[in-house]
Ligand binder design. Structure first.
Ligand SMILES: [Zn+2]
Length: 438
């Protein structure tokens, strides 16, 4: 074995043992969190949790069409108009250069078109790449025939947002062009475009977290995982996957919540279609209560929801515990909740945090609250995996989901005042705020 191989093997071994320790500690932490939350909150989970916050389901007055907007669904270019509507509705150019989001949204008519950009990003030999592409296409065809799901879109920051026109069409027995021109399917296509590009893409391009993820290739690692792509198996790629996992875990409410909120808000305000918000707290609480298989986990989740959406002041440390409960338990219950919510719990709870932000800060502040939540000030590549995990789970001010939870509860003198919100976040929560918003 060469010296280099030896180093690689030792490194890979260390990484694996760190990974195992991490899993074991996660489990221990979860037990502790659950116990603490139940001890402190079980008696006070209010019976009217869902209905008490019913007001959150009522769109705030700010949810009015922000722009006059006409979509011509006969041209694929219509998808670009959604970007324009977003820029205008949230006055993006007052704070950031809109050109960073000026990359194309592509409606792909074939699976090959849809999968090629992501496969091209993979660090693989040309033959392996061709093999992966073929495998993905066949798996997608098989899943579509079985009606067992599929991926409708993804966003490669700075490169393109790709929509699976083939799948939208296949599900309805139409051609991709016919699907695009069908008003109901168009709404779904438009929501997917908004979710991927203005949701995930926006965070990627403008936030500190997104910048770090893209620089380290973590965004690609996350997308590859979503597609079940086999990445390279060298130690650095494994390390990147582990870093991506940790950051993903700590920012899933922010990512999926913002993307879901933006998607329904834009459909409602620009097309006058769909429902905004998609979820109500009542619906989420009832879904969790209906799961009988995991009683203890459900109690902990209800406690977490009670904290996140409480009308009373809650210390940020408790909000942090609540988001960690959801980060960790949400995935475990998704198989039970999926049927009722139609999506994993993180989408629903994340969207509700943005609905809470909309009620407290005004819809105009929502995208910027997302950027403040994602304004992490450390470099994940400069710390060990164990330290990264500690930073995210020990300090609420470094955990994007906990930051979002705290921001969503701030009270402002004047709603929709972005710089005002940034000031309050810095003064009351001691949050780092992007310089563009100061
Ligand atoms: Zn998403």
């Amino acid at each position: 074995m060469s010296k280099l191989d030896e180093i690689k093997t030792t490194f890979a071994g260390k990484l694996e043992s760190t990974r195992q320790q991490h899993a074991a500690r996660l489990e221990a932490d979860l037990q502790e969190l659950r116990a603490r939350l139940l001890r402190e909150f079980e008696p006070s989970i209010p019976a009217d949790l869902g209905s008490r916050l019913g007001r959150l389901a009522v769109p705030s007055p700010a949810v009015q069409p922000p722009v006059q907007f006409q979509v011509d669904i006969s041209t694929y270019d219509s998808l670009r108009q959604i970007d324009e509507a977003f820029f205008q509705a949230f006055h993006l150019s007052d704070y950031y250069s809109v050109s960073r989001l000026n990359y194309p949204t592509l409606y792909c008519e074939t699976l090959e078109e849809f999968y090629t950009p992501i496969v091209s990003q993979m660090d693989l030999s040309p033959e392996a790449r061709r093999g992966e592409l073929q495998r993905l296409i066949e798996a997608a065809q098989e899943a579509a025939r079985q009606n067992s799901g599929g991926i409708l879109g993804y966003n490669l920051p700075g490169k393109g947002a790709y929509l699976n026109g083939w799948l939208f069409a296949f599900r309805q027995g139409l051609t991709p062009r016919q699907a695009f021109e069908h008003p109901e399917i168009f709404l779904h296509i438009m929501q997917t475009a908004a979710h991927e590009k203005l949701g995930h893409g926006f965070l990627n391009v403008y936030s500190a977290l997104g910048e770090v993820k893209t620089r380290l290739g973590l965004t690609q690692a996350e997308i590859a995982r979503k597609f079940g792509l086999r990445g390279a198996d060298d130690p650095v790629s494994s390390l990147r996957r582990e870093q991506a996992n940790l950051l993903y875990l700590a920012s899933q409410l922010l990512e999926e919540g913002w993307a879901t909120w933006a998607e329904t808000y834009l459909a409602r305000t620009t097309l006058g279609l769909g429902r905004h918000p998609r979820y109500t707290l009542q619906q989420v609480v009832e879904a969790v209560q209906s799961v009988t298989e995991q009683a203890e986990a459900c109690q902990a989740l209800l406690g977490a929801l009670a904290l996140l959406f409480s009308a009373e002041a809650v210390p940020i440390e408790m909000l942090h515990q609540a988001v960690m409960i959801i980060e960790m338990l949400g995935g475990m219950l998704d198989e039970f909740l999926d049927e009722q919510l139609g999506q994993p719990l993180r989408y629903a709870v994340g969207e509700l945090l943005f609905v809470q932000a909309e009620a407290n800060l005004g819809a105009g502040c929502a995208p910027y609250a997302a950027l403040i939540a994602a304004n992490i000030t450390f470099d994940p590549a400069a710390v060990s995996l164990a330290d990264l995990r500690d930073l995210l789970s020990r300090d609420p001010r470094l955990n994007p989901d906990a930051r979002l939870a705290a921001l969503s509860r701030l009270k402002l003198d004047k709603k929709d005042d972005v710089r005002g919100m940034a000031k309050v976040a810095a003064a009351q929560l001691s949050f780092s705020v992007p310089k563009e918003l100061q």
